[in-house]
Ligand binder design. Structure first.
Ligand code: DX5
Ligand code: ZN
Length: 215
């Protein structure tokens, strides 16, 4: 079992001390920054937008994993590329022409991710899986940090892993929502490659130790 990629979610950081929290991730064993962009339409919450991401990128020294929880994400692909996103993940449920969106993300020089809401079956990706660099399996309903993990996620990860293997794809599996040291090993055993963690990292007394525990 190889070590998972750990992606702390900035949504749970202290926005009045953002540079401090970014430096903590820079110096920690975390691998990626996970950035949650919400529009108040696709999800019932608004997080932060371009000016904040621009300033995060100035200080962050690791891979930028940007998760768009917005309708019609095609409008902003070029913008996020120019801001420094390395992975741009769009929601399956927000894209009418998913294949076209994936090509546009790659043409803009980024890796392309697709997020699935808890009710969305992995089999819907059958025809595009070879075009996807990362599938983000939502283990909570998107929109808020600090929610509890939906247990069905492990079975879903196993199904997705089987699909990726059968299709000979190189797609990474990411889990987003309610990840803690209690479910991390089980998720990695089921086939997860990337673990996003917000509250578990930032609400713990020692965030760097929390990141190590997830590894
Ligand atoms: C939820 C976001 C998550 C969130 C995870 O909509 O996509 O990335 O920040 O937070 P925790 O780890 O607290 O569930
Ligand atoms: Zn996220």
């Amino acid at each position: 079992m190889s070590k998972p990629i750990i992606a702390p979610s900035i949504l749970a950081a202290d926005f009045a001390n953002l540079q401090r929290d970014i430096e903590m991730i820079n110096h920690s064993e975390a691998d990626w920054f996970h950035i949650d962009i919400m529009d108040g339409v696709f999800v019932p919450n608004i997080s932060f937008g371009m000016p904040v991401l621009r300033d995060i990128v100035k200080h962050a020294t690791k891979f930028m994993d940007v998760h768009l929880m917005i309708v019609d994400p095609d409008r902003y692909i070029e913008t996020f590329a120019s801001l420094g996103a390395n992975m741009l993940t769009v929601h399956y449920e927000a894209c009418t022409h998913l294949h076209r969106t994936l090509q546009a993300i790659k043409a803009a020089g980024m890796q392309a991710g697709v997020a699935l809401n808890p009710h969305t079956n992995v089999s819907l990706l059958e025809d595009v899986i070879n075009d996807i660099d990362l599938v983000c399996v939502m283990s909570v309903n998107p929109g808020f940090g600090g929610q509890s993990f939906i247990e069905n996620t492990c079975a879903k990860v196993e199904q997705l892993k089987a699909l990726i293997t059968r299709k000979g794809a190189k797609t990474l599996i990411e889990i987003d929502g309610g990840v803690t040291d209690k479910n991390a090993a089980k998720l990695v055993n089921a086939g997860a490659d990337v673990l996003v963690a917000g509250s578990y990292v930032f609400k713990s007394e020692n965030p760097e130790q929390a990141i190590l525990r997830l590894k």
